[in-house]
Design a binder for this molecule. Structure first.
Ligand code: TYM
Length: 326
């Protein structure tokens, strides 16, 4: 039997997960379980790089883990754990910091945005190096993420190449996997910005825990564009184009079909159809989430942590040897 290729991805427990996370990344986490050896993490150490309240982090970690399981990550097929339970991530991150250029880190868009908002810290600057370590400690070949992680993935590839050329070929160069549609789901209130957990407006995003009424209200209130024709045109109609991508994801139907059906029916009827599709798609996720107990989640995460440490230690033994620490 040939060995399956390895996948790694992570999500931060800061704020509640929304349909952007689902469409851009989590859906691929689930789908890739069929063909890859999959490893996923709730990256709690990353969540510490912006100011936070410890009791909130404790809760959000657990809630995100529960949500990842509710969307269909199956612990019998995927390794799933809290990043902080596997200290090898941090050990490898240190090794990689010695290969990372400060200038390159300072140019990261997310660093600039977040440091403008919350202030500079060394943790925030080093954030993408820890992310590279997450991926490389599992020697991942592929990383399912949304569009906003492109630069971080480029850095990961650079660091892997630098390590390999300095210390010997150890790491595969990981490939970024993004969905064709929905790699960048936009805000419902400001469709030229991405849908984000940190947006102060709760109406800008649909949460994976929202009930039918909340979903319908948010889609109805979504900012649309001038004119009345339903068309897929990101320049002239970003609001409608965003809703079309969301609609396509939740129905599995191609955008041209959806346009053919709704072109001249008016925005109101179109939004109702989108809202119904989203509500139907979210319902089973919400139900699964409500059915899972905190104890079940804790059990999964503890088993995952143990296996995670074993696997990551395997990589670290070869890394320590390669860099002269054994
Ligand atoms: P995070 O927690 O911000 O988001 C989790 C995943 O959701 C994707 N995403 C989106 N996709 C489409 N449209 C959106 N509006 C949208 N918003 C978020 C993100 O691209 C991500 O895939 N740095 C990462 C976490 C991380 C990680 C890793 C990812 C840490 N280590 C190693 C992959 C591999 C982050 O902040 O994701």
């Amino acid at each position: 039997m040939t060995e399956r290729r390895r996948v790694f991805s992570g999500a931060q427990p800061t704020g509640e997960p929304h349909i952007g996370n689902l469409i851009g990344a989590l859906n691929n986490w689930v789908a890739m379980q069929d063909d890859y050896d999959t490893v996923y993490c709730v990256v709690d150490l990353h969540a510490m790089t912006v100011p936070y309240v410890p009791s909130e982090l404790e809760k959000e970690r657990r809630q995100l883990a529960k949500m990842v399981l509710s969307v269909g990550v199956d612990p019998s097929r995927s390794l799933f754990y809290y990043q902080s339970d596997v200290p090898q991530h941090v050990e490898l991150a240190w090794v990689l910091t010695t290969l990372a250029g400060v200038g390159q880190l300072e140019r990261m868009t997310q660093y600039k945005e977040k440091s403008d908002r919350t202030g500079q810290s060394f943790g925030l600057l080093a954030y993408p190096v820890l992310m590279a370590a997450d991926i490389l400690v599992h020697k991942a070949h592929a990383v399912p993420v949304g569009d906003d992680q492109t630069q971080h993935l480029e850095l990961t590839r650079d660091l892997a190449e630098r390590f390999n050329s300095r210390y010997g070929e150890l790491f595969p160069i990981p490939e970024r996997i993004t969905p064709e549609i929905g790699a960048r789901v936009m805000s419902l209130t400001e469709p030229t910005s991405k849908m984000s957990k940190s947006d102060p407006s709760p109406r800008s995003r649909i949460l994976l825990t929202d009930d039918d009424d909340q979903i319908v209200a948010k889609v109805r209130a979504a900012v649309t564009d001038t004119g009345a024709e339903v068309a897929y045109d990101w320049t002239a109609k970003p609001g409608i184009s965003n809703l079309l991508e969301i609609y396509s994801f939740f129905t599995g139907r191609p955008i041209p079909d959806l346009i053919a059906e709704h072109r001249d029916g008016g925005y109101g009827a179109f939004k109702e159809a989108v809202a119904q599709a989203v509500a139907e798609g979210i319902r089973p996720i919400r139900k699964a989430y409500e059915a899972l107990s905190d104890e079940e989640v804790a059990q999964v995460m503890s088993v995952g942590a143990e296996r995670g440490r074993e696997l990551a230690e395997g990589t670290m033994m070869t890394v320590r040897e390669a860099v002269g620490l054994s």
